[in-house]
Structures are given as C-alpha cells and as structure tokens.
Design a binder for this molecule. Structure first.
Ligand SMILES: Nc1ncnc2c1ncn2[C@@H]1O[C@H](COP(=O)(O)OP(=O)(O)OP(=O)(O)O)[C@@H](O)[C@H]1O
Ligand SMILES: [Mg+2]
Length: 330
C-alpha cells in the first residue's frame, strides 16, 4: 500500500534527513516508526502526502508513484494526525472534526453528522464536547479530536505523528488501547511515528527502528526485541528487552503444563478459577506473568474462548514460551 524505494531527502541547507530508505507497508497494516529526535521520522511521513518531496528515489501509494499524483487528490486518501495535534483554536470541536469533509465539499449538515459519528467513535460524546473549543479540552481529549478529524473522510491511509505524545503515561495507554480496538474494525494502513519504544512495540504489527536518517531494523516487535539486528538497535530497545518481549508473546497451548482432556482438578481447581487466577489462551505472557506474581500460587489456569479450563501455566511454562518465541524467529 505504501512503498519507499531508495528514498533520500536532503533539505536546502544540506541536512540529509533520510538516506536511501526502502520499506513497504501492507494494506491494513500498522507500522510504527521509532527513533531518537531528528532521525527523520516526520520527514519520512511527510513524503507520503507530498508535504515534502524526495531528493531521489520513489514513494508509491497503492502502486502509483505519487510524484505523478495531484497532491490534493492524494491527501484526500490520507488522514494526517500531526505532531502537536494542530486543532484550529477558534473552531468548535465539531467543526474541527468536520474540516476535511467540508473541504471535500460535503453539505454542512452531512459533514457535521459525520463529525458527530467520529467523535462518538473516539469516545467523545458530541452532545457534550462538540460545541467546545480546543482550549476547553484536556490534552487527551484534544488528541482524540485529532484522530477523529484524520478519520473523518474515511481515508484508507493514516499518518500519525506522535498522536499520543502530549499526555501522561496512563492516558496514553488508554488512548493506545482505544486506537488499537478502533483499528481492529477500521483496518486502515497506518504509519505511526513515536519516540517511545514501548508505544512502538505495543502498537506496531511491524516497527521500523531508525538510526540517523536510516532504518536499522524493520520487523515485528517480537523479532526486534528477540533478535536486534545491530548493537545500535539492541541499545535502543534497552537491556530490559526480554521483559518487553513478554508483552508481545502470546500464551499458546504448547506452553501449558497439563493439556485439555486432563481431569478438571488437574487444570486448576474451582477455587483458583473463582479467585480470578485465569487468562484466556492467546493472552500476552506479560499479563499472565503479572497474574502469576499476584496470586502467589505458582500456577495460573488458562482457558479457551468460552472460559473452559485448558491447562495451567507455571513460571517454567513462561520460560518455555520465551524460548519457543525465540526459536520461531530464527
Ligand atoms: N525544513 C527543513 N530544513 C532543513 N532541515 C530540516 C527541515 N526539516 C527537518 N530538518 C532536519 O532534518 C532532520 C530530520 O527531521 P525530522 O523532523 O524528520 O525528525 P524527527 O525524527 O521527526 O524528529 P522529532 O522526534 O524531534 O520530531 C533533522 O536534523 C532536522 O533538523
Ligand atoms: Mg518529528
């Protein structure tokens, strides 16, 4: 859906912001771009909607070299959440959200109805927040309006530049989870810029780890954490990458100590189950481990989707799961 072919961007003053970049984002995929300040993330993103033109190389969207596509027509298909949100201060939340449909020439009532629908989708009641001005919202609410505005024209592609950057970690995690739930239904092709490694890991189907103007590694979060391609990437993802990997490794049947078909008593007795010490298959090892530590029994019941016990997970099982995840990558 989005394809970079040997793209270099040199600004007028000689700064090479991006150097020979090649990567591809599949339709419906969410790719995170992560790296230190000034490494070229925003520049990369702005070359997708032609706010910045490459010095050399090509950018293709939907199979077409965008150098030959009218920028206005191109941007219609690409929602953009800019760094620092960028809402219009003198327009209401509803009118901010309706900006793009209005630009596209929708009738005012239709544009506003669409905007109300989108505000609802991002968890802001349009009856309460629609008539407010951006200054009358919290930081997290403003960021939601930014996301709603980018989604308003239902573009197949979304560019999000640090969309959850301006809020505290708790609100950020909530916005991330809400966006992931939304993405599971709308399935946009998304490029999301962040300098937060945790966000890149949690949000990305795949992630691009930037060094200075270059991608050092482009792969799934599990692979980047499990097998960093270079010492730079290893350093960037941090010495606790083993712990971070727990968040992206699911519990599978192979990790359980006693499989389905065993007598019910062996897979975690009813008390254990009722105590809440159970997780569904496919939960992250991080969630499973957190529960294991909380309950102090050294075992955790793992259930199927219907809540029936399948087996138990022990600390040894967690260890096995991590070894399995590493083996799968190589
Ligand atoms: N218009 C410009 N003219 C000259 N240099 C620029 C211009 N825009 C960006 N740069 C430089 O290009 C490099 C990459 O900038 P870019 O904005 O892409 O970084 P970034 O990864 O988004 O950083 P941040 O995380 O701080 O937002 C930086 O060195 C920056 O100073
Ligand atoms: Mg930037």
């Amino acid at each position: 859906m989005i394809r970079f072919e040997h793209v270099t961007k040199r600004y007028a003053d000689g700064t090479t912001a991006v150097d020979d970049l090649s990567f591809e984002v599949a339709e419906g995929e969410l790719v995170t771009l992560v790296g230190p300040s000034g490494c070229g993330k925003t520049t990369t993103m702005m070359m997708v909607n032609r706010l910045v033109e490459p010095t050399s190389g090509r950018v293709l969207v939907d199979g077409r070299d965008i150098a030959g596509v009218d920028p206005v027509a191109l941007r219609r298909k690409i929602g953009y959440v800019i760094q620092q949100v960028g809402l219009f201060p003198h327009r209401t939340v509803l009118d901010n959200t309706a900006t793009v449909p209005a630009l596209l020439g929708w009738k005012k009532a239709a544009a506003r109805a669409r905007a109300a629908e989108l505000l609802d989708l991002v968890g802001l009641d349009p009856a309460v927040y629609g008539s407010r001005y951006p200054a009358q919202l919290s930081g997290g609410q403003r960021q939601r309006v930014g996301v709603a505005r980018a989604l308003a024209a239902d573009p197949p592609v979304l560019l999000m530049d640090e969309p959850f950057g301006a809020v505290d970690p708790v609100v950020r995690e909530r916005l991330q989870n809400e966006f992931l739930a939304l993405q599971a239904t709308v399935r946009k092709t998304v490029l999301l810029v962040t300098h937060d490694i945790e966000e890149a890991v949690r949000m990305g189907d795949r992630m691009a780890v930037y060094g200075q103007g270059r991608i050092e590694q482009f792969d799934t979060p599990a692979t980047v954490l499990g097998s960093p391609a270079t010492p730079y990437v290893a350093d960037f993802v941090g010495s606790d990458r083993g712990l971070k990997r727990l968040a992206v490794t699911p519990v599978t049947e192979a990790d359980l100590d006693i499989r389905k078909g065993s007598p019910e008593g062996d897979v975690g007795g009813p008390e254990e189950y009722e105590n809440g010490a159970h997780v569904p298959l496919g939960s992250s090892l991080k969630d499973a481990l957190a529960l294991l530590l909380q309950h102090d029994t050294g075992r955790l019941t793992v259930t199927d989707a219907a809540g029936r016990p399948l087996g138990v997970l022990t600390p040894e099982g967690v260890h096995r799961a991590l070894r399995r995840a590493t083996a799968e990558q190589t």
